[in-house]
Ligand binder design. Sequence first.
Ligand SMILES: Cc1cc2nc3c(=O)[nH]c(=O)nc-3n(C[C@H](O)[C@H](O)[C@H](O)COP(=O)(O)OP(=O)(O)OC[C@H]3O[C@@H](n4cnc5c(N)ncnc54)[C@H](O)[C@@H]3O)c2cc1C
Ligand code: SF4
Ligand code: SF4
Length: 379
Amino acid sequence: MNVVEQTIECIGCGACADVCPVGALSMRMDTRGFYRPFLDQQTCIDCSHCSEVCAGLTDSLRYPSQERVCYSGFLKDINLRRRSTSGGAFTALAQVILSQNGVVFGASYADDFTSAVITSTEERSMEALRGTKYTQCYPNHVFSRVDEMLTAERPVLLVGTPCMICSARKRFGNSPLLTLVDFQCGGLMPASFLSDYVQDNEKRHKSRIASLNMRDKKHGWAKPHMRITFENGTVYDCPYQCDRFLFYYYKPYFKNEKCLHCPFVYHPDADLTLGDFWGYRSAGIKNSRDGISLIAVNTPKGEALLREASEYLTISRLTEESVSYAFREKSFSMDALAKRNAYQSEAIGLSLIDFANRHEFRHGIIGQMFRTAIHKLKR
Ligand SMILES: Cc1cc2nc3c(=O)[nH]c(=O)nc-3n(C[C@H](O)[C@H](O)[C@H](O)COP(=O)(O)OP(=O)(O)OC[C@H]3O[C@@H](n4cnc5c(N)ncnc54)[C@H](O)[C@@H]3O)c2cc1C
Ligand code: SF4
Ligand code: SF4
């Protein structure tokens, strides 16, 4: 049976559309602003290939792995470290693969910043791939393109959400030239939110966006800010609690259904899992301002790549105790989930900005800053 006729909490990875031998599936945006597959029933030959690669159809594969071993790490190159979200482990891993004439796949913004797409170093620079994009990305036939590279016998590093990496493991197994990397995913916002947000900011600042960083480190890694520079030279620099996009990112209200009870984060199919190492204090790390990566090694292949990447990284082995915070199941309060239901029904037909302006941002950013300060005082 094809994926569209089954009950799937789809995460929009695009694996089904890429594997379909007759092109019966295409990835398009649904009414909630998420990419998902649409079926051309006349073309479908009911081969079930799509179901075989779908991460939404099972819990994680629980790919046979070694016991998890964790490291803290940061790039030796301070400039690249500052331009990365955490400590820049991704850049170090990518440098190894690129030095072997390989290809690195990750996420980059489109030129106008209204969307993010899965892309590769064949099309975009490492600078474009670097950095966390808290939005669902257009999959852009990534599985077919990885397949092409592997067929051409080029080493491939594929970085993606744990759910997407689960689909990749189902499709490619333990292909010797492919290394899979995921991250400690907090979930994805609908792709449409980013375009609403970008258009609203361009209107407010009367200029096109020149760069956008959802985890800017100017105020320090542990104080993430949204930073947007505009072509007219103005700069928008806002703490995450008061920014219209990031405020909603850290709430469950609009995230993909699957993200609320995600099975993938705790059972990764990736060779390596990256994250922010928020346990740095308990591990006695002082030099944290520019960001520290948590690097979990899940397989021998991951271990071998990290060993090579340590040429570019300062790494230290971590105890299970210092990383236990990172592997605990996350949950949302009943109040937050009830609010989610109310918000979801109200938000139909509204843009994120219209919605925000009716609720948390009805008194603008200053009002939201005030609310945040009161909330902190109460705690
Ligand atoms: C949506 C999302 C949620 C996250 N939630 C958490 C969390 O709750 N806790 C935590 O500790 N860490 C989280 N992370 C991971 C963290 O933000 C960093 O991405 C990770 O530590 C790697 O950082 P880095 O410094 O090594 O490299 P960076 O240079 O920041 O590399 C980030 C890598 O992720 C890829 N990427 C970025 N956005 C996406 C996307 N939307 N889809 C697919 N690939 C993408 C980039 O192409 C790049 O390869 C999240 C990341 C994302 C993308
Ligand atoms: S989870 Fe991925 S493979 Fe499954 S239906 Fe959605 S897009 Fe297709
Ligand atoms: S939270 Fe889970 S389901 Fe959601 S994008 Fe991340 S890995 Fe996928």
